[in-house]
Design a binder for this molecule. Structure first.
Ligand code: SF4
Length: 337
């Protein structure tokens, strides 16, 4: 018989009486959580709902976080996989922050849809780099993760065969190219900074003429969140990363924590995922969040620890962020209905 989820949670997560709670320090890493691209993408859907009413269609998860997606669904967004799921009419459709292949806006235009592009401007920058290299007659190597929506979107900026995808330094070592003197590389924005450095080093050693971005494609938010984890990794027994299993930058934070000296690192979506039988005897842990995880979930995790430990939160701020991106013009200048 299935155990009801609530009972199962209670059995796995018995609360400790206040007097008996052991001391625990939570190092709260910063920067963490929402980046400027995610804030903009969510704002776009909310602004479209305010201007045009429900429903607003959204192609794919606007950002990789179920909590955010469910919240937008409750406000009137309908998430779809492909444009042909949208019934005829004039409802807006929003493309996700990860970017889309060129065929998607072309398809929307052909169907006379009102499309709003929530692609992060830093992803668009990579698209433009790839297009510029292609126009110069260069073969393009994309460093990224197969199947990730951002990679599908970047590869879809150019005709099939124009971009070759690699994931690892080993793949860079084995790569066969058309002309070693006519090469360029771009990267996914949410990779591990250190792993990507190794891949780029292998490419540059094998193909010294290869062209790369003036400033790297891994975005400021990914870099800052990884650096913040590195700054606490050797002080903590466990790193908790709040984020979704399909969030690239969240998964990278787990890897960075482990590689930087933290003995355990877990990706967690909600407090109800925590298995307290595995979380006993701790004295110092780290807490951070991927770029698509809202702060309310970080607070939820910290509060869950307060039920089991006498918690002291120490904020560890590596650097401040003050990046923001404008909304698309069609949403910017109009008063809400
Ligand atoms: Fe943009 Fe970086 Fe955020 Fe991705 S992680 S949406 S590239 S700012």
């Amino acid at each position: 018989m299935d155990v009801p989820r609530q009972l199962d949670f209670a059995a796995r997560n018995p609360q400790v009486p206040a007097m008996d709670r052991p001391k625990l320090t939570i190092l709260l890493a910063a920067p963490r959580g929402f980046c400027a691209g995610v804030v903009r993408a969510i704002d776009i859907v909310e602004r479209a709902l305010a201007l045009y009413g429900a429903p607003v269609y959204v192609r794919h998860e606007i950002v990789h976080n179920k909590f955010v997606v469910d919240d937008l669904k409750a406000k009137g967004a309908i998430f779809i996989d492909e444009l042909d799921e949208i019934p005829p009419g004039e409802r807006p459709v929003v493309f996700s922050a990860h970017g889309v292949p060129k065929s998607v806006p072309a398809d929307a235009a052909q169907r006379r849809m009102f499309a709003i592009d929530a692609t992060c401007p830093l992803v668009t920058k990579v698209h433009m780099e790839a297009q510029r290299h292609h126009a110069e007659g260069l073969e393009i190597i994309l460093i990224g993760h197969r199947g990730h929506p951002e990679v599908i979107g970047t590869m879809g900026q150019l005709p099939p065969g124009a971009i070759t995808l690699i994931e690892t330094a080993d793949e860079a070592e084995a790569l066969a190219v058309r002309d070693p003197e006519k090469l360029a590389y771009v990267t996914q924005t949410t990779l591990s900074v250190d792993d990507t450095r190794d891949v780029i080093a292998a490419l540059k050693r094998r193909f010294p003429e290869i062209k790369g971005p003036f400033k790297e494609d891994i975005c400021y938010a990914t870099t800052n969140r990884q650096d913040a984890v590195k700054s606490i990794a050797d002080r903590i027994e466990l790193l908790l990363v709040v984020g979704a299993p399909n969030s690239s930058n969240s998964k990278r934070l787990v890897e960075v924590g482990l590689k930087s000296g933290c003995p355990r690192a877990l990706l967690v979506q909600r407090a109800s995922d925590l298995d307290w039988s595995m979380l006993q005897g701790l004295s110092v842990i780290g807490l951070t969040a991927g770029a698509s995880a809202p702060e309310v979930l970080v607070n939820e995790i910290a509060d869950a620890f307060r039920a089991h430990y006498d918690v002291t939160v120490e904020k560890v701020t590596l650097r401040d962020e003050n990046v923001s991106f404008k909304l698309p013009r069609e949403l910017r200048d109009q008063p809400a209905a």
